[in-house]
Design a protein around this ligand. Structure first.
Ligand code: SF4
Length: 241
């Protein structure tokens, strides 16, 4: 994502600054030298935030329970604070299309919600805006690009959390589908972008009595997905998580 944004910076019709940020959460075995070496070699502004959220999560979450909920809340708070302290106007996260589909399935299977990760998200308190520039990119294309460009890779299975394992099960299922039914993932993603509230069963999104679509909140999110053309897009915070 950083590589793509650095290239985009040169040709985009809007101007923006970039700061690369990585959060070292002190998981055992985290190869802490890899990213600083790489980022230093690019000669760009970067920050490595060191916070031992791993110990907090291990201390607070009972053995065998999923740790991702608390871990990601802590991480989000740290990143939001960093963004505010450094005058950052957009936090860019590296999630891609397959992350979004996996999250959709995880939320359906374990959370009882039809919910994924949006390409643009405004934090509830209005302090931060998260963007996901790779939202429409397939993981396999990104993997090919990463191999071609020889990016340093950090494994994402260091904590061994249950949610991570469940995500892996869904990922395996997607890979099988992709081989046996080419195009299925693309169709699923199209469905994520083409929701019909009148054909679901959420009375907060659709007034089934009156036959009307509801939800000013939904409209606000859709509008915000297309930022106004502006000569200055502000500072982007590129986060590798
Ligand atoms: S997989 Fe591990 S590092 Fe990632 S959110 Fe879950 S607990 Fe945190």
């Amino acid at each position: 994502m950083l590589d793509i944004l650095l290239n985009l910076q040169k040709s985009a019709p809007v101007s923006f600054e970039l700061i690369a940020v990585n959060l070292d959460q002190k998981q055992p075995g985290f190869p802490e030298e890899v990213l600083p070496e790489y980022l230093a070699s690019l000669g760009i502004e970067y920050h490595i935030i060191e916070k031992d959220t791993y110990s907090i999560v291990k201390d607070k979450v009972p053995e065998g329970k999923t740790t991702c909920g608390l871990c990601s809340r802590l991480r989000r708070g740290i990143l939001y604070n960093f963004a505010e302290e450094h005058g950052v106007t957009k936090i860019a996260l590296g999630h891609h299309r397959d992350d979004m589909l996996e999250t959709l399935f995880l939320n359906m299977f374990y959370g009882g919600k039809l919910k994924s990760m949006p390409p643009v998200l405004h934090s509830d308190d209005g302090r931060n805006t998260v963007i996901r520039p790779l939202a429409y990119a397939r993981e396999k294309d990104i993997a090919r690009y990463a191999a071609l460009r020889e990016f340093p890779i950090i494994p994402c299975n260091l904590c061994g959390s249950q949610e991570n394992l469940q995500r892996q099960v869904i990922k395996d299922m997607f890979q099988t589908w992709d081989k046996q039914h080419p195009g299925r993932l693309e169709t699923m993603f199209r469905a994520l972008c083409n929701v019909e509230p009148s054909h679901l069963a959420d009375p907060n999104l659709y007034d089934f009595k009156e036959g009307k679509r509801l939800g000013g909140k939904r409209q606000a999110v859709v509008q915000s997905a297309e930022p106004e053309a502006s000569p200055d897009f502000g500072r982007l915070d590129v986060l590798n998580i």
